[in-house]
Design a protein around this ligand. Structure first.
Ligand code: HEC
Length: 438
């Protein structure tokens, strides 16, 4: 699966050639040092019409927020990216996080009084895509083959965050293979849509040893609208299967922005041509969910650690990692325990925030490719103490459940199960690349 970041990548390229120059202590300026950082890592959300509460496009926009920006950036709250970058895999398709050096640059700039700098240093504005275009339409040379739309929701001007979970029929009269997908709230709706997760509900063949493991009551993870992400383009010869009679279950998270806004979410789907069957079916799985349902036990006032182990029935490539917990969720790691006993930390999300469904999407080269019999080990930390600011009530015992004041833990991972030959080939190709780089 390749995530659609092409437009983002163009913007990044423009920024890089414009020069993210190193920060000298004396003269960090907005135009030369800060604007490129904001373009790459902030403006995707902080521009008019997007979900960020304020625009960070111009010096005039940014100046009043300088202090707040310093705090959020130094605490690594913004941009939302909750991974411990010191361990595990470090390459992702959708990485919007700031490097230590960029964080330092932002801090120095604010400490120096947030100077504007030379107008001539200002890089050109990236070409943000037209707000109402399907971004994958360029990739496929056509509008989506199928659009499934969630029932509308009206978010009040003020009030609590809301989760809206309508279920909509796809209307398919034959099975179809999905080549790519994009999720898009309506234009107005983008201001109030924090994220939208999309699940697939359909009958799977019993006995299929790689059948999707569903989130009970929801379905298997299909795709989403979330941080830095507009859709999925499945790798060559891979795709998801949508069956006759399938349904799309939306999980739209809305927040209030001071005015009443009605929103719905579209899923645009591009199919493989009729009759074309990709070699591999990609399965959206909720790893660990069954074990978590049976065992999650979070006493009042405690920080708990739970483990679950999922063994791979076949060689597999893990396309992404997206931990899922609720308000008491604190951290989650995913390790691979190889058949020979070797343990590898794949990734650790050390400052999980349930408000953000951050999906860490691996690149072609960084996606873990694991042999049959590997055990995926998930470790989940929940904080049910008063120190957890998101905790509504540290005196409550908490168990597994769907409501946001219950808790859960699992990892949404798109799994591509490989043949032994393809597994050997991918591993050999990676070895060859590594040794030629040495
Ligand atoms: C994925 C979207 C997204 C990205 C990327 C993002 N933000 Fe935000 N930001 C938000 C949203 C939404 C909020 C509102 C609070 C929340 O929901 O967490 C916010 C809140 C903030 C706030 C607090 C505003 C307040 O009211 O106090 C600051 C400051 C901020 N962002 C700065 C940044 C900076 C600087 C960057 C880039 C380095 C960035 N953000 C990247 C979405 C984003």
């Amino acid at each position: 699966m390749r995530q659609c970041t092409r437009i983002g990548a163009l913007a990044v390229a423009a920024v890089l050639t414009a020069g993210t120059t190193s920060a000298r202590t004396d003269d960090v300026t907005f135009t030369r040092d800060i604007a490129p950082i904001l373009q790459r890592s902030c403006q995707g959300c902080h521009r008019p019409g997007q979900m960020g509460p304020m625009s960070l496009m111009t010096y005039e926009d940014v100046r009043p927020w300088a202090r707040a920006i310093r705090t959020k950036v130094v605490e690594r709250v913004m941009p939302p990216w909750h991974l411990d970058k010191t361990v595990g895999i470090t390459e992702f398709q959708n990485d919007i996080s700031l490097s230590d050096r960029e964080i330092e640059t932002v801090a120095r700039w604010v400490d120096a009084g947030a100077p504007r700098g030379n107008a001539a240093d200002l890089p050109a504005q990236p070409d943000w895509p037209a707000d109402n275009a399907w971004r994958l339409a360029d990739e496929y040379g056509r509008e989506p083959d199928l659009v499934v739309t969630s029932d509308p929701w009206t978010q009040t001007a003020e009030g609590q965050d809301q989760w809206w979970q309508p279920i909509v029929e796809t209307g398919l009269t034959e099975d179809r293979w999905v080549a790519g997908m994009e999720v898009r709230p309506t234009l107005e709706g983008r201001r109030v849509t924090h994220h939208a997760v999309v699940y697939l509900q359909q009958e799977e063949q019993p006995g299929d040893h790689v059948a999707a493991v569903d989130v009970p009551g929801r379905g298997s993870y299909l795709t989403e609208f979330a941080v830095g992400k507009v859709g999925d383009i499945f790798r060559e010869n891979t795709g998801k299967l949508l069956k006759v009679g399938s349904r799309i279950a939306f999980d739209n998270h809305y927040h209030s922005v001071g005015e009443e806004i009605t929103s719905s979410t579209d899923v645009g789907i591009w199919f493989y041509p009729k009759g074309t069957v990709p070699k591999y079916r990609v399965f959206g799985q909720a790893l660990g969910v069954q074990h978590a349902m049976a065992t999650l036990d979070i006493p009042p006032g405690k920080v708990t650690i739970h483990h679950s182990y999922v063994s791979l029935p076949l060689p597999a490539r893990l396309e992404n990692y997206q931990p899922h917990m609720h308000v008491r969720g604190k951290a989650m790691s995913m390790e691979a325990i190889y058949p020979d006993g070797r343990v590898e930390m794949l990734n650790h999300v050390d400052h999980f925030d349930f408000n953000w469904h951050v999906n860490y999407v691996y690149t072609d080269d960084s996606a873990p490719v694991l042999p049959k019999g590997t055990v995926i080990h998930l470790t989940a930390w929940h904080d049910n103490t008063a120190a957890n600011r998101a905790n509504p009530d540290p005196t409550q015992w908490v168990g597994w459940g769907q409501r946001s004041f219950d808790d859960m833990y699992h990892a949404h991972v798109n799994m591509t199960y490989l043949t032994d030959e393809d597994y050997d080939e991918i591993i050999a190709a990676r070895r060859a690349r590594r040794s030629s780089n040495d």
